[in-house]
Design a protein around this ligand. Structure first.
Ligand code: SF4
Length: 361
């Protein structure tokens, strides 16, 4: 087996001394003695890729370069330190006999190992490198104390099986219920998640779809993420909802219709943002929305502009003045609701406008 000849970002650095096979952190025997000699086996994680010359392992992080296992995207923080005039590095802890054999101390005597002034900063996560927590330790392990509590931050690299996308869809049209499955080429690759700031959100990818289901599900999930990540268009369907074509930087196409406008926020937000533009154009403005429907003259924004309440009574549940919940359900009608006739959300018997003009949006 070919051992790693470089630690991350340290070309030319001597290999750390490794223990004999059997030690949890040591060199493992190759899985297959008949492995082609043109291949090298990577043991950075338990996948143990056997990599041909000129190819990378399954994670694209390690490669076989002319028979030598190399890191593809090295983290250069350590390299910079090594090249600095006074490099501050913590040697890996070694058993005393190994350290003696290597001619080094177990720990550097002139440094307490404080990499990041841990008494001054609260470390929750920094950088990344090598595999996820496994039989090899992460190269950066930071100990700190916060309010008397010992903290240990182990920094590793999130390899592909933990990758996921959160996709923001700017449209008023109803895409699907929260938690509904999102499918790509028939396979479930994610779900509709909580809407944020007026946009519907999809959570795509992640470990359960990449590696937790069938091989086809994993492949379709990876393909979808690869395409989206490379700004390509992909078509998805949402169970009980819409068919979508999504592409980074492009308007979504929902059920075959390219979106022309985006939802800036709920009806209350729209009333608040555009109150000055609405004022003077209409005596009342109702912004229909499946979350909060806004009624301008009753809303605080209208009050600030000295608008007189129009007196209309909305269906739904009043939250605060000019803001109504549950006026309508999500849909493809007015304001992303199932409303086809905007007058239908005004309480029956109170549809006579006290003022001559009213606008709905
Ligand atoms: S770290 Fe990457 S290349 Fe090495 S064994 Fe694991 S998946 Fe394969």
């Amino acid at each position: 087996m070919t051992e790693h000849t470089k630690t991350d970002g340290l070309p030319g650095m001597d290999m750390p001394v490794v223990a004999e096979a059997g030690n949890a952190f040591g060199k493992a025997p190759p899985r297959n003695e008949r492995m082609s000699t043109a291949k090298v086996e990577c043991n950075a994680c338990p996948v143990l890729c056997q990599i041909s010359d000129g190819r990378t392992g399954a994670c694209d992080r390690y490669a076989n370069k002319e028979g030598v296992l190399v890191r593809v995207d090295p983290v250069v923080l350590l390299r910079r330190q090594v090249e600095a005039d006074a490099p501050a590095l913590v040697p890996f802890n070694r058993a005393p006999d190994e350290a003696a054999a290597a001619g080094t101390d177990v720990a550097a005597p002139d440094w307490n190992g404080d990499l990041l002034h841990a008494d001054e900063v609260f470390v929750t996560g920094v950088g990344s490198s090598t595999t996820y927590p496994d039989y090899k330790p992460a190269p950066f392990i930071v100990a700190s104390k916060a309010k008397g509590v010992d903290m240990v931050t182990v920094v590793t690299e999130g390899i592909f099986s933990y990758c996921s996308f959160k996709v923001k869809i700017d449209t008023d049209r109803f895409l699907g219920s929260e938690q509904a499955n999102v499918r790509y080429r028939g396979e479930v690759v994610g779900h509709v998640t909580t809407a944020e700031y007026g946009s519907q959100m999809l959570s795509l990818g992640g470990v359960h779809h990449l590696t937790g289901g069938s091989k086809k599900e994993g492949r379709m999930t990876a393909e979808l993420m690869q395409l989206l990540g490379n700004k390509k268009a992909v078509e998805c369907t949402i169970d009980g909802g819409s068919t979508l074509v999504i592409q980074a930087g492009k308007a979504p196409i929902v059920n075959g219709v390219e979106e022309q406008r985006m939802r800036v926020g709920c009806g209350s937000a729209a009333v608040g943002i555009f109150a000055r533009q609405f004022a003077g154009v209409a005596d009342e403005v109702v912004v229909v929305d499946d979350h909060i429907t806004g009624v301008l003259t009753e809303h605080q924004a209208g009050r600030c502009l000295d608008m007189s309440p129009s007196g209309i009574q909305m269906l739904g549940r009043k939250s605060t003045p000019g803001r109504y919940f549950q006026v309508a359900n999500p849909g493809n009608g007015w304001g992303g609701t199932d409303i086809a006739d905007p007058l239908a959300i005004i309480e029956a018997g109170k549809r006579a406008w006290p003022a001559p003009a009213c606008a709905c949006s």
